[in-house]
Design a protein around this ligand. Structure first.
Ligand code: G2I
Length: 350
């Protein structure tokens, strides 16, 4: 108030007089910033994300590794990989106590040879369990599940940046509670037992809980939020939460706020399986997700769930960033533009 009073009279006129100069100076500074941004802008998703201290990854399948168009895009654009299926329980332990790491190792070795990081997906999940595990229950299943976590996390020790230790354990709809499954029926503590086993097996991997339909503040994401808060309070080792982000034609207005409330619990957040239905404004939705991750300092990276539209589990949704011929789509341009825009907080953890 005092300041306002003092700024009337001659002094105020002087202030007004310098405003155009100030505006010109700001505009010049703005131009300079833009020029700097352009000079440093990456020309691939991976390079641009790396400039913001983040990764940009893709889910891959080894059965595509002999497809030249696929490999050209993969090797050029991404700096992180995740196995779309090859590290799941049915793939890695087809018979009880018999482990098969061939395809998973192939993904890890390709990533390492190109300097890419690897996300691990997924140690325990109610789906894609081998037949022998589907037939177990109670203590027997619990022991088999924990042994699975220990064996697989030990095999890949030191090579996985972040593990989805538990995938999709919460129910859809309004309950905010756990999903019924054979694993859940072994006791509510199965998730924390899995996280403790994973930490013991690979102490340097970030340990994530991963789920879908968590793209805003809703009953399901709040159920997960409460679990993470409880884990942090009780010292259960959890480092990150994965938001799959299989999206339709629009995105919830509180997508970023939801990421932020998890980050505020002291965990990293990651966008883990992003794909967006084409038909609405696909480019806008992709841009919004990218902006949200960049705006949350603990959002450490984005993974899209496949490379080209025809590699996607969503088939005719054309949900990815490249068409079947490997051409960049408008959604790609939107993501790259967002990655290169502005200055964004550096992740506080990686
Ligand atoms: O459903 C989309 C994703 C939801 N979140 C967890 C992810 O792990 C899940 O990925 C999908 C894969 O993209 C599909 O490729 O998980 C599906 C299984 O639930 C995968 O599909 C399966 C087919 O159902 C099997 O018939 C096939 O043998 O892929 C297998 C390997 O190609």
């Amino acid at each position: 108030m005092k300041h306002l009073v003092r700024s009337s009279g001659p002094r105020r006129r002087r202030t007004l007089a310098i405003l155009p100069l100030l505006a010109a100076a700001l505009a010049a500074a703005g131009t300079a910033l833009v020029v700097t941004g352009t000079a440093n802008a990456g020309t691939t998703l991976g390079a641009s994300a790396a400039e913001k201290s983040r990764y940009f990854g893709a889910a891959v399948g080894t059965y595509k590794f002999n497809d030249n168009t696929y490999m050209t895009v993969l090797n050029r654009e991404f700096n992180s990989l995740v196995a779309e299926n090859e590290m799941k329980w049915d793939a890695t332990e087809p018979q009880r106590g018999v482990f098969n790491y061939g395809a998973g190792d192939r993904i890890v070795s390709h990533a390492r040879s190109r300097g890419m990081s690897v996300r691990g997906h997924a140690l325990l999940w109610h789906a894609q369990q081998p037949g022998w595990a589907q037939g177990l229950s109670g203590g027997d299943l619990r022991n088999a599940a924990i042994n699975h976590v220990t064996q697989v996390a030990t095999h890949f020790r030191g090579q996985i940046h972040s593990w989805d230790v538990v995938n999709e354990a919460f129910a859809d709809g309004g309950s905010g509670g756990r999903r019924d499954s054979n694993l859940q029926r072994t006791g509510n503590d199965w998730i924390e037992a899995a996280f403790r086993a994973a930490r013991a097996a690979d102490p340097n991997a970030k340990l994530c809980y991963n789920d879908y339909n968590t793209d805003g503040i809703n009953a399901k994401s709040t159920g997960i939020y409460n679990m993470v808060r409880d884990f942090k309070a009780r010292g259960v080792p959890i480092d990150c939460v994965g938001f799959q982000s299989h999206l339709g034609t629009s995105i919830s207005g509180d997508y970023q706020a939801n990421l932020q409330r998890f980050a505020d619990l002291g965990v990293d957040v990651q966008i883990t399986e992003l794909d967006v239905m084409q038909g609405g404004n696909q480019a806008n939705v992709y841009a919004t997700v990218t902006r949200a991750c960049l705006a949350v300092s603990r959002c450490t990276g984005i993974t899209v769930w496949g490379v080209r539209d025809c590699d996607s589990w969503r088939g005719s949704d054309n949900a990815l960033l490249f068409d079947c011929a490997g051409n960049k789509k408008p959604a790609y341009d939107a993501v790259l533009r967002e990655l290169n825009a502005g200055t964004n907080p550096t992740p506080t953890a990686s």
